[in-house]
Design a protein around this ligand. Structure first.
Ligand SMILES: *Cc1c(COP(=O)(O)O)cnc(C)c1O
Ligand code: SF4
Length: 356
């Protein structure tokens, strides 16, 4: 194989994304006619970096991005399962919890994940306008209860460095905004986006928390590790959100490999998310019992630093709640009886003089 004199920029790679059934059929064995109705409804985008990785790694990566006719057969899911639109005081802001807001500043991504919670809008709607960004920032400025802003999308790293800096700087100037979080899948799906120039831009915004999104150990490539390292070196604190996906990562040893691998590249696992009830994604959902059994297999066996909170974001907009395997077995006259990670029972007595 001939090596190119210069590696293409992330923008060039994006332009070369596979976006039609016909183009995809040129790369992997699929019937373009079978997925055409799917892509008519939900867009496809697989950039060359992620396509190459997916072809090499096989099903767990391919399934995340290759359209599947089952997306059109889902009779359980909802367009907006988390009621993000109903909790939206101004366009692009979802204000569900007292002290923090979700601010969606981009409507596109470097791949379109088939399980995406915002499938109803990413890659489909119009771009987020400057006016909407202005209105979002004004809402945050006028709402002193907001201490934490989650800048998400789509993928906010699809914006230019200049546009991103303009948004982050204006948020940083608001006195009551204590933390800014960026939610991005770029370090995983198109790591070359994390350029030295981007790192330099982000370095000016502190404190900055970045939640990345890796779902499988095969995604932890040297390029992804470099991208994460560059963000950490710029002073950002990195966390990871993983979506629990049937056939992709619903397995304790796969997730243990992922979580330990993330720690090695200075990314702390934050959430393992039970798949939302999003229309078109039912074939990815596991049972909560599966998720609990996985967490039970990890707790105690894998360093606690590697263990995320397993959460379900409640349909209807109730927010996230933790799901924890049952370690508290019963109470005996004020004493708590536990089981440990190996299944043995232990007693924790109440303090002297406390009411039973
Ligand atoms: C997940 C989420 C948050 C952040 O929740 P944390 O538990 O603080 O990470 C905030 N707002 C919305 C709408 C969310 O969905
Ligand atoms: S990168 Fe995130 S927002 Fe974009 S399609 Fe994937 S899950 Fe959805």
């Amino acid at each position: 194989m001939k090596s190119s004199p210069k590696t293409p920029s992330w923008k060039t790679l994006l332009r070369r994304s596979v976006e039609t059934p016909k183009a995809l059929a040129g790369r992997i064995p699929i019937d373009p006619l079978k997925i055409k109705p799917v892509t008519d409804q939900y867009p496809m985008r697989i950039n060359p970096y992620f396509l190459e990785l997916a072809i090499k790694a096989g099903r767990p990566i391919l399934d995340q991005v290759v359209p599947d006719p089952r997306e059109l057969e889902d009779s359980i899911g909802m367009d907006d399962p988390l009621a993000e639109d109903a909790n939206s005081p101004v366009p692009q802001i979802t204000h569900r919890y007292p002290d923090r807001v979700l601010f969606t500043v981009a409507s596109v991504c470097a791949v379109y994940c088939r399980f995406c919670t915002r499938k109803r809008r990413v890659g489909r709607g119009k771009a987020v306008s400057v006016r909407e960004i202005d209105d979002g920032i004004r809402y945050i400025r006028m709402t002193p209860a907001v201490r934490d802003v989650l800048v998400s999308g789509g993928d906010p790293l699809m914006l230019s460095d200049e546009r991103l800096e303009w948004i982050l700087r204006r948020l940083r100037e608001i006195p009551h905004v204590e933390t800014i979080r960026l939610g991005t899948r770029m370090p995983c799906v198109l790591p070359s986006r994390v350029t030295p120039a981007l790192a330099k831009t982000l370095k000016k915004i502190r404190p900055l928390y970045i939640n990345v999104h890796f779902n499988h150990p095969a995604e932890l490539t040297p390029a992804a590790a470099r991208a994460c390292g560059r963000l950490s070196d710029a002073g950002a604190v990195l966390g990871n959100q993983t979506v629990l996906l049937r056939g992709v990562n619903d397995d304790a040893s796969v997730l243990a490999g992922l979580f330990r691998g993330l720690l090695k590249i200075r990314v702390r696992p934050y959430y393992l998310l039970q798949t939302d009830l999003t229309k078109g994604t039912d074939h990815f959902r596991t049972t909560i019992e599966t998720g609990l059994a996985i967490m039970d297999r990890l707790r105690g066996h894998v360093t606690g630093l590697a263990l995320p909170h397993y959460v379900v974001d409640l349909p209807g907009g109730g927010g996230k709640v933790p799901l924890v395997p049952g370690y508290t077995l019963r109470k005996e006259r004020g004493d708590w009886i536990f089981r440990n990670y190996l299944g043995a029972e232990y007693r924790y007595p109440a303090p002297a003089g406390s009411e039973p």
